[in-house]
Design a protein around this ligand. Structure first.
Ligand code: FAD
Length: 514
């Protein structure tokens, strides 16, 4: 079924952590915790979710040594906690609070992920979780005295080269089974290699506590063949450990009533929600802003103060934040200081407020993880590029890149979907500096957004009720389309005219703003 609030549901083989369970579960735990911090609106998190879910299923037997969990940082309730864990972009994967980089080759990512988990655990021996079995290679001495010190019937020895993960994976796979132990032996352990007459790596031997041993007959030297064989040995049983879904707490789901929206309009609720989310959620992920981020924030707020056609108290709010930022001396801004300005309710005698509400109207998706924030961010920046053309009604602006540059800086410094930011930066680096006028700036953003739409059409981030189209479609702007040699081409003059009308203050509806 549809996930309740985020990208995962209670039926998935992983733990859905919430603010009240995250810290108590993960910190000081006797288990290793693999946590994906994600934002449900982040396209790359949507693409990654099936991989993470499959990984969780793949290593389900590794609990209680290793638990797989997720935290939705887009859930406002979890925001502080995500900050505490130092999350600044999505998705971020951590093993016991230590970051690790997911593999980039989607072809074999489950295997890569599984192996990088082991590598990460081993790199941080000081935080080795007590519930995690030792994974280091066995020595001659350990094997010699094994049955005296361990009360099991069987010991499986997996002979392998140093870089092989098979032994460690099978050890974890067999964790919940009693009466059997698994150890890896390195091919460099000559005495044991000789003793058992090992000639191929990997290969495996089964030692029984009555002193006999035999080669484990598997069709392939692969993880599942070993576990299958070992689990069916007489006397081997699954232990009492029951993988609990605790500490899941029931996920609060508030069904979102659909708000009727007209696709030919822009909604102020989306724009104000974008401002709130950008300034109070995305920027807030950095406890101290320095260097490029200070610059990016100043530029962003400056164009908002100058061009955002907001309600008077929102404009007052933006101007007061802009003024404050301009007066900041030095290159460091603690978010705590900025926060005071962002919650300020008065500018002189005039109210200066930006609501804390997040309400999607034109950007409402058919499910909570569709659309929302990224949709509103595009809308906001299109609006700003168009507003800049109204200010500079002649073609020549002092700086035609004023808005685009601010967008580029914001996306680069703060946009939580890090892969989106990289793609956008790629497009910006390629051609943004060729923009010569404010009109060209509005058209540049329109055409790059269409490129993104083309790239994402048909992927998992596409809301089926809002397919990714080359925009505007003919029903919104017929004159924008013309046909040359039987091919659709854009009439850019008509597109520009359309953008100016679509993103004009009189096309912004106040419905659903408080
Ligand atoms: P959106 O594409 O968000 O568009 C919002 C609204 O803008 C539309 O409803 C429409 O009214 C209007 N619009 C659409 N096209 C145009 C246009 N060409 N010109 C003017 N207005 C238009 N997601 C990924 O999965 N991978 C990425 O790499 C990625 N990169 C992104 C980069 C940036 C800078 C941003 C802001 C978002 C990015 N996203 C990415 C998110 C993705 O582009 C969409 O925002 C998201 O999937 C929501 O899509 P949507 O259907 O709501 O429409």
């Amino acid at each position: 079924g549809a996930p309740p609030g985020g990208l995962y549901s209670p039926g998935d083989p992983l733990v859905l952590l919430q603010v009240d369970t995250l810290e108590s579960s993960v910190l000081n735990s006797s288990s290793a915790w693999l946590v994906e911090f994600y934002a449900s609106w982040c396209g790359h998190c949507v693409h990654f979710a099936p991989i993470w879910r499959a990984l969780a299923a793949d290593i389900q037997e590794w609990s209680p040594a290793v638990n797989v969990a997720v935290v939705d940082c887009a859930d406002i309730a979890n925001q502080k906690m995500c900050g505490k864990f130092g999350i600044t972009g999505f998705p971020t994967l951590k093993v016991n609070s230590v970051c690790f980089v997911p593999p980039t080759d989607p072809g074999d990512s489950i295997q890569n992920l599984r192996q990088s988990i082991i590598t990460n655990l081993e790199m941080h021996k000081e935080t080795w979780p007590p519930a995690c079995p030792p994974l280091e290679p066995a020595s001659v001495e350990e094997i010699r005295g094994f049955f005296q010190t361990n009360n099991v019937t069987y010991l499986a020895l997996i002979f392998e080269t140093n870089e092989s993960f098979l032994g460690r994976e099978v050890t974890l796979d067999m964790l919940q089974y009693e009466n059997v132990a698994v150890r890896r032996v390195l091919s460099s352990e000559e005495e044991l290699v000789k003793k058992y007459g090992v000639t191929a790596f990997p290969s495996s031997f089964l030692l029984i506590n009555n002193g006999t041993f035999s080669r484990i007959p598997v069709q392939m030297e692969a993880r599942s063949f070993y576990t299958h064989f070992l689990r069916r040995l007489p006397g081997v049983t699954r232990g009492p450990y029951m993988p609990t879904r605790a500490p899941d707490t029931p996920i609060k789901t508030t069904p979102i009533p659909r708000k009727p929206a007209d696709r030919s309009k822009v909604y102020m609720a989306d724009l104000e929600s974008a401002l709130h989310y950008a300034l109070r959620v995305e920027v807030a992920r950095f406890s101290v802003l320095t260097g490029e981020r200070v610059r990016a924030l100043k530029d962003f707020v400056a164009v908002l103060a100058k061009y955002f056609p907001g309600r008077p108290f929102v404009q007052n709010f933006l101007r007061s934040v802009d003024r404050w930022l301009r007066n900041v001396r030095g290159s460091r801004i603690p978010y705590s200081a900025l926060k005071l300005v962002l919650t300020n309710r008065k500018e002189g005698q005039a109210p200066a407020v930006l609501s804390n509400n997040v309400t999607w109207v034109g950007c409402q998706g058919s499910e909570p993880h569709f659309r929302g924030y990224p949709c509103s961010l595009w809308t906001l920046f299109h609006l700003l590029t168009v507003q800049a053309t109204r200010h500079h009604s002649g073609q020549k602006a002092e700086d035609p890149l004023e808005v685009l540059g601010a967008m580029r800086g914001y996306v680069q410094s703060f946009f939580g979907c890090r892969e989106c930011a990289q793609h956008f930066e790629g497009m910006a680096a390629e051609s943004m500096d060729k923009v010569r006028s404010v009109d060209e700036a509005a058209l540049w953003l329109w055409s790059r957004h269409n490129r993104v739409n083309a790239r994402l059409a048909g992927t998992a981030t596409e809301d089926p009720q809002f397919p990714k189209l080359q925009w505007p479609p003919p029903e919104l702007c017929h004159p924008c389309h013309s046909v040359v040699k039987r091919r659709q081409v854009w009439d850019e003059a008509a597109v520009l005219q359309f953008l100016k009308a679509y993103f004009s203050p009189i096309n912004i509806f106040l419905n659903y703003t408080e």
